[in-house]
Design a protein around this ligand. Structure first.
Ligand code: ADP
Ligand code: ASP
Ligand code: MG
Length: 401
């Protein structure tokens, strides 16, 4: 008998009919004699609606209560899915994060899992029950409900798979797997049958919504291979696992992130400690900074730009303005009319000239590059937001024609 973890995303449980269909899929697995643990997300766009409800009441909702509110979305799905399974004559038990033994730190809305105690899950499996767990949530040492950041049900699934030593971990979503780019923007995108943790992590960090970056990080750290598949079709499927450099394609995928903002400090003193101060303050507030560009210094002063997620923009700008005053910067501004386009490939490390091909395509389209950042297996360019989709299509065409 094997232990199987399945995760169903929001669009897979978007309405009553879909919940019933998911229940049948779960039962099919159970019928093979396996132990089945299921992680489920909130129905459709529920989490967005809950955010919006909170903001209508309070523009800066207290984060503890915001988490309490957000956690309800997943609990609704859990309860309904259990009811659907019981309706078909199988035994299921639904567990919110805190009853499933998911312990987190205290950073509300983006908590990290510290420990999983799978006692309850294993006990219920031993009682022949299908265990349905609410994704995206846990409990902190302060006994508050926490949530794990957007897309956090992926993390719950990977972490539970690790904690119970699952034989298989399957992430079910609304596309057939991981593609060479978002198939909703570029219909010519091709499915990738196998991809390394490193590339999947770069893709997720670059904004490919299909997996949460932190979930992939944990999968890589604890070597938990997983499969991304469609809830609605038997076709496709992408295995995410350890792979060697030699097995990797030069370019595996292209990713567009339209949820980025740029903050610029004009004319700050160019002396040791300035970057440490600015990024130290942002780090203290848990704001992730992505690409950083500093200009050549003129008269001991320089301009410094960096990007953050749009959702962090207001907070990052407030901190930056405060820093700007202290450092006597001429001005601090933000711009969210940008996007970031990234090419990723393990094989890039051994093939020079890949970045140049990407820049050439952008040049031919008359698209100006505002910032560039590279790693061994990635090249990212920041460009104007209204040129993002055009750039994505052209770059995809260059590498995957
Ligand atoms: P779920 O609700 O199942 O968690 P998400 O909406 O979070 O699903 O993620 C799936 C979506 O990710 C797809 O509908 C697709 O539009 C998007 N996506 C972005 N990039 C890719 C990619 N390279 N491959 C597959 N899907 C991608
Ligand atoms: N419901 C949460 C979100 O929308 C978590 C998830 O779907 O993974 O971000
Ligand atoms: Mg998701």
């Amino acid at each position: 008998m094997s232990k199987i973890v399945q995760k169903y995303g929001g669009s897979s449980v978007g309405d009553v009919e879909k919940i019933k269909a998911v229940a049948e899929k779960i039962i099919k697995e159970k019928k093979t004699g396996n132990d089945v643990v299921v992680i489920v997300s909130a129905m459709g766009k529920t989490t967005d609606s809950l955010f919006s409800l909170a903001r209508q009441i309070n523009s800066m909702p207290p984060r503890r209560e915001l988490d309490l509110l957000l956690s309800t979305g997943e609990i609704v799905s859990v309860a309904l899915l259990c009811m659907a399974i019981e309706n078909s004559g199988y035994k299921a038990i639904g567990l919110p994060g805190f009853l499933a033994g998911i312990y987190t730190d205290t950073v509300h809305t983006r908590a990290k899992i510290k420990k999983i105690d799978p006692k309850k899950i294993l006990y219920e499996l031993a009682n022949d029950k299908i265990v349905i767990i609410a994704g995206f949530q846990g409990i902190s040492a302060e006994e508050s409900i926490t949530t794990l950041g957007r897309g956090g049900s992926d993390l719950t699934a990977i972490a539970i798979a690790g904690a119970i030593n699952a034989d298989r971990c399957e992430i079910y979503t609304d596309v057939e797997g991981v593609f060479t780019t978002d198939p909703r923007i570029v219909p010519e995108a091709k499915i990738i049958s196998e991809i390394s943790y490193e590339e999947m992590l770069e893709m997720a960090s670059a904004g490919a919504k299909v997996m949460q970056a932190r979930a992939v990080e944990i999968a890589q750290k604890y070597k938990i291979p997983f499969m991304v598949k469609s809830t609605f079709s038997e076709r496709g499927g992408t295995m995410v696992k350890e792979m060697t450099l030699e097995e990797g394609a030069v370019v595996t995928s292209v990713t567009l992130d339209e949820h980025q903002a740029k903050i610029t400090f004009f004319n700050v003193p160019d002396k040791p400690g300035i970057a440490a101060q600015i990024f130290g303050e942002l780090g203290k507030e848990n704001i992730n900074v992505d690409i950083i560009v500093q200009n050549v210094s003129k008269q001991d002063h320089t301009d410094l730009s960096f990007t953050v997620a749009s959702s962090d923009m207001e907070h990052a700008l407030e901190i930056s303005k405060r820093q700007g005053e202290e450092l006597k910067a001429a001005n601090v501004i933000c711009d969210d009319n940008i996007c970031k386009i990234t090419i990723i490939g393990l094989g890039m490390a051994n093939h020079p000239g890949v970045a140049a091909r990407m820049f050439k395509v952008l040049a031919e389209e008359g698209i100006n590059i505002e910032m560039i950042s590279t790693s061994e297996i990635r090249v990212s360019c920041v460009i104007r937001k209204n040129q993002g989709k055009k750039a994505l299509k052209s770059i995809h065409n260059e590498f995957f024609k």
